[in-house]
Design a protein around this ligand. Structure first.
Ligand SMILES: [Zn+2]
Length: 318
């Protein structure tokens, strides 16, 4: 009887680091184990936990690659049964959410190897302090991470994310948003504040759905009411449009409202007036992947006899 051919799976299918780190004994052990798993993936001496880890990733890969099937029928019955058992264990682990943290673990180790250790001097400098050029206020929506879409690296941007990327006015009192603003503007002395709105914003939709003087126990509604003036201007300007189109308009209008609200903080307006701080609006459309950027024209706004909000340096990235 012919010896069955081994199942061949490239090591590139497994996203964990392959080489040990030089500077961390913990990482060395971890990566050595990872390397063992990769090189002996279908060896007969795998320990049970290592087999489990291997199949966890393999199972996930196979789920995302329907064109690839294992030729398990060519394997000894014992191994085929082992594959079935491990798949069952994998499903149990997946239901418990364990594989999510396995993914995070390997992503972290990959970051450590490919970003942190390869830029060790930079990260050691960052451990002594930060001097970001940007303070960014973006929505908490999982699809609009500023570090992903604008490529901010560690140390480059002090980022705050809240529902609908809103900045409340000074008179509203303390919130986590203005606490972050105070720290970044007065202590870190950032040179730019960038407020980023986005398409399909659920927070703006909640704002647009509110009725005037509506009392609510919802934390969401009591937060998004901060953008009430943007909603009123939207309804006055584009009342002929559909509700969805009005929401889209309000997503940008609320960014401008937030830029205006930034100037209600005396320590922000003072720096903007001196040209030490610039406030910008941004809008990320993730339907067609475009980004619009504009800058508040402080002098233009102040000099406008009708008190209109002026912007400059508008650009559209597509
Ligand atoms: Zn949003």
């Amino acid at each position: 009887m012919a010896v069955p051919a081994p199942i061949s799976v490239s090591r590139d299918l497994f996203p964990f680091p392959r080489a040990p780190f030089a500077s961390s004994s913990t990482s060395l052990v971890e990566l050595h184990r990872a390397s063992l798993r990769a090189s002996t993936i279908f060896g007969h001496k795998l320990k049970s936990d290592e087999t489990e880890q291997t199949h966890l990733r393999l199972s996930k890969f196979l789920r995302s690659s329907p064109g690839l099937t294992l030729k398990a029928s060519r394997e000894p019955a014992e191994l085929t049964q082992q594959l079935r058992n491990n798949n069952l264990e994998t499903e149990v682990k997946a239901e418990n959410g364990c594989d999510l943290f396995d993914d995070l673990k390997y992503r972290f180790l990959s970051f450590k190897r490919h970003k942190y250790l390869e830029n060790l001097e930079h990260f050691q400098d960052l451990s002594n302090g930060q001097s970001p050029k940007f303070m960014v206020i973006a929505c908490a929506d999982s699809r609009v991470c500023p570090s992903i879409i604008l490529g901010f690296q560690p140390g480059e941007a002090f980022i705050l994310r809240n529902i609908a990327n809103l900045v409340p006015p000074f008179e509203n009192g303390p919130t986590e948003t203005n606490a972050a603003l105070e720290f970044s503007v007065n202590s870190l002395k950032v040179e730019n504040v960038l407020v980023i709105g986005h398409s399909c914003c659920g927070g703006i939709r909640a704002l647009m759905s509110m009725q005037d003087n509506e009392k609510s126990s919802s934390f969401i509604r009591n937060w998004v009411v901060v953008g009430k003036n943007a909603r009123i201007r939207t309804e006055a300007t584009v009342c002929n449009l559909t509700f969805d189109q009005q929401c889209r308009h309000c997503e940008k209008e609320s960014v401008n409202q937030s830029l205006s609200n930034l100037l209600t903080y005396p320590w922000i307006e003072e720096k903007v007036a001196k040209g030490e701080l610039f406030v910008h609006g941004g809008y990320y459309d993730f339907i067609d992947c475009t980004f619009e950027k504009w800058t508040l024209d402080y002098r233009g706004s102040k000099n406008d006899k009708n008190g209109r909000f002026a912007i400059k340096d508008r650009s559209f990235w597509c």
